[in-house]
Design a protein around this ligand. Structure first.
Ligand SMILES: NC(=O)c1ccc[n+]([C@@H]2O[C@H](COP(=O)([O-])OP(=O)(O)OC[C@H]3O[C@@H](n4cnc5c(N)ncnc54)[C@H](OP(=O)(O)O)[C@@H]3O)[C@@H](O)[C@H]2O)c1
Length: 248
């Protein structure tokens, strides 16, 4: 189906959980057509059903962002169904806390492959569709860990510092193409991130001194707000902490 100039289409990587899934829900409420990408097909299929029941247009594409053919397939499917895309949310990623000396080298490689190489593939094959369309918005998920480093967070921080570098280069490359680039750097957001990272029960509560963490809906709201800014206004970088987060 060709999209009209009024209908926007968003591609979200990492839509099976957390920030990606909640942002999909928020954009569906705002009548954005959605392409939901992740490895867990059952999860993104269930989300398609949920969003379709709300009256939204949505499709799922199983995608591993570490795999170049898989990412090419994601955007080929996007083009086949919706003709183009206007919004790209490069969100897939994860972290582990491990000291350099004790670090598991397979986990390091997986984090680097997903958070850096997978992001680059997503941008390389996704951004041209926005440029063709003559306007667009790209969101990259950095982190406060992309601004501040702590013991045990070296490799995750390194990947998120890389996200910032890639995002700034992309911003400059897209500035005269009417494509806005926004780096979002959240603090603690409750999602499956903590399970994947293997945090011990109570870790987040201790970290935040019992104050509330961010919810995924808070990040989704920020994406929605940025999208509504006048086209000549670009909110390029944002650190979003829960108010009670002291460090980092
Ligand atoms: N939660 C936080 O406190 C926090 C703070 C700062 C930044 N962030 C960043 O925000 C982003 C989203 O995190 P979240 O909190 O929403 O975590 P989450 O609930 O664990 O979601 C992570 C998403 O990434 C997807 N993903 C992971 N590896 C992938 C791969 N190889 N290919 C495709 N998809 C992949 C997962 O889907 P599948 O497993 O189904 O593939 C899942 O949908 C990440 O980049 C994270 O680094 C999170």
């Amino acid at each position: 189906m060709e999209q009209t100039t009024e209908t926007k289409t968003a591609v979200i990587t990492g839509a099976s959980s957390g920030i990606g899934r909640e942002t999909a829900r928020k954009l569906a409420e705002e009548h954005v057509q959605l392409v939901l990408a992740a490895r867990r097909k059952d999860r993104i299929d269930a989300l398609v059903d949920e969003l379709t029941a709300m009256g939204a247009q949505a499709m799922s594409v199983q995608c591993d962002v570490r795999d170049e053919d898989s990412v090419k397939h994601l955007f080929a499917e996007t083009r086949a169904r919706f003709g183009a895309a206007d919004i790209l949310i490069a969100n897939a990623g994860f972290g582990y806390r491990e000291t350099i000396v004790d670090g598991d080298t397979k986990r390091w490689k997986d984090m680097i492959d997903t958070n850096i190489f997978g992001l680059l593939l997503t941008l390389k094959y996704g951004a041209p569709m926005l440029v063709e369309r003559g306007q667009g918005d790209i969101f990259l998920l950095s982190s406060v860990a992309g601004h501040v480093v702590g013991a045990g967070g070296g490799v995750y921080s390194a990947t998120k510092f890389a996200v910032n570098a890639i995002g700034e280069a992309l911003r400059q490359e897209m500035a005269r193409k009417n494509v806005r680039v926004t780096l979002l750097a959240p603090g603690v957001v409750i999602s499956e991130f903590q399970d994947v990272a293997g945090y011990a029960p109570g870790f987040v509560n201790n970290w935040l001194g019992g104050t509330p963490p961010l919810e995924t809906a808070n990040i989704a709201e920020i994406v929605s707000t940025v999208l509504k800014l006048p086209r000549h206004v670009s909110l390029n970088q944002m650190i979003i902490r829960p108010t009670g987060q002291v460090n980092p």
